[in-house]
Design a protein around this ligand. Structure first.
Ligand SMILES: Cc1ncc(COP(=O)(O)O)c(C=O)c1O
Length: 423
């Protein structure tokens, strides 16, 4: 099965070791680190920030974080933690009160029973995923990643020296994989499936029947499902089909990843968690005990507050604002000739297919052949930052985050529309 590799100078699959014998030992980096790419979403944001610092009026659609303040009770809990000198080391993976709060929170969400021993808290869901791959995978193992995918999955799998196997999907499939499609990419080495609903970057939400279909595939194979549910609170439909509600029998083979970042507008606080079978959590804790130990004590105190307080009104306000922006941006994108955007049902990203404008001369004197060229063209010509689809394993597409005011979205879309006018 071909393994897609985009935007990289490194050949894939990697030939170990990468360094040659001529490389001086003082300049040697590990083959592991040479095999990974830096985060492309961060690269675009970095360029946007640079231009802004130089005084350019840039509108950046790159950011993957809510533009709302953290709810007051959570902030208060953190202030109290500092005042009460709750500033020392805690247990690896978080203090007992936090693990218990998360276990209760996930038990309520799934209708299943989790204990504190099945929970580990980390410095962001990003670290939870990293540790899960480190604990579960090694060289020779394959991890199924459905494209378009969140950028870090692929690189984290590589850091575990395992092989990311990309399962491509199209806009016509609403960027979702069926059980049949997964079957075609499954081998005796398939170890893990990464499931991400709502998805970053597409905003797609798997329906109940689509999850049932994937569950049938999972039952046929001895795989672990990493269910990345970071965006589970940002859903625009009445009902969010949750993986473990649809497939509770896969409780023993599922690790749920979640955190504070998206649901409570707390990206900078850095708290994520993994909940799953004790043997996997224990293995993750072992690695964590030798790496960063635990999230900051102050963030932990804030997280206990978040998971034990009714903050539904704050979340509902944020989701309503995102929904209004989504409706606006998707219809504005679809009004641009050559652009097609499927309606996302969750998260805060639009993921248009821009292939209709590729290869055609555009207003500001350029013909773009890839969405990466198009992203640079938009930045240069009208000072708008979008993230090219290649970064997510989806050439021809792009991601636009609408986590910003409607006024800015409207100004940004007017500029995009202008720049994408055919010459
Ligand atoms: C799909 C997905 N998973 C996980 C994460 C990690 O989030 P954090 O480390 O802030 O918890 C992100 C962040 O952008 C994401 O988009």
């Amino acid at each position: 099965m071909p393994i897609e590799r985009s935007g990289s100078a490194t050949p894939w699959p990697i030939q170990w070791p990468i360094m040659t014998e001529a490389t001086p030992i003082t300049r040697k980096l590990s083959a592991r680190v040479q095999a990974v790419l830096p985060s492309a979403t961060m690269a675009v944001e970095g360029r946007v920030k640079q231009l802004r610092a130089a005084g350019e009026p840039v509108i950046g659609f790159g950011a993957g974080e809510p533009d709302f303040p953290t709810p007051e009770p959570i902030k208060q809990a953190a202030v109290e933690a500092i005042r009460n000198n709750f500033t020392r080391y805690t247990e690896t993976g978080g203090m007992a009160a936090l693990k218990e709060a998360i276990a209760a929170h996930e038990s309520a969400k799934t209708g299943l029973t989790y204990t504190a021993a099945q929970v580990a808290a980390h410095t962001g869901g990003k670290e939870s995923l990293y540790l899960a791959f480190q604990a579960l995978c090694e060289r020779g193992d394959e991890v199924l990643i459905i494209a378009p995918y969140w950028v870090s999955y692929v690189e984290q799998v590589r850091l575990a020296e395992a092989t990311p196997v990309i399962v491509p999907t199209t806009a016509d499939e609403h960027f979702k994989a069926s059980g049949d499609k997964l079957e075609r990419y499954t081998t005796s080495r398939t170890r893990v499936l990464v499931l991400n609903s709502p998805s970053n970057p597409t905003g797609m939400v798997y329906s109940e029947s689509e999850l049932e279909d994937i569950a049938r595939w999972a039952r046929r194979h001895d795989v672990i499902v990493l269910s990345d549910e970071l965006y589970d609170r940002i859903v625009f439909t009445d009902h969010y089909p949750r993986w473990l509600r649809v497939a509770p029998d896969l409780y023993d083979r599922t690790v749920v990843i979640n955190g504070l970042s998206k649901a409570y507008a707390m990206t900078g606080w850095r708290l994520g968690y993994a909940v799953g079978p004790e043997w996997i959590i224990k293995a993750m804790l072992k690695i964590q005990s030798h790496s960063n130990s635990h999230p900051t004590s102050i963030t932990q105190a804030a997280a206990v507050k978040a998971y034990t307080t009714d903050l539904e009104a704050d979340i509902a306000r944020m989701v309503a604002a995102f929904k209004e922006r989504r409706d606006w941006i998707v219809s504005a994108l679809n009004a641009i000739p050559g652009v097609r955007c499927v309606m996302p049902e969750g998260a805060f990203y639009a993921f248009p297919d821009l292939s209709g404008v590729l290869g055609k001369p555009l207003r500001y004197g350029r013909t773009c052949h890839t969405s990466e060229e198009l992203a640079l063209y938009l930045l240069d010509s009208v000072k708008v930052g979008i993230v090219h689809g290649e970064a997510f394993g989806a050439p021809g597409c792009a991601r636009l985050s609408y986590a910003m005011s409607l006024d800015l979205i409207q100004e940004g879309l007017a500029r995009i529309q202008d720049a994408l006018t055919f010459a």
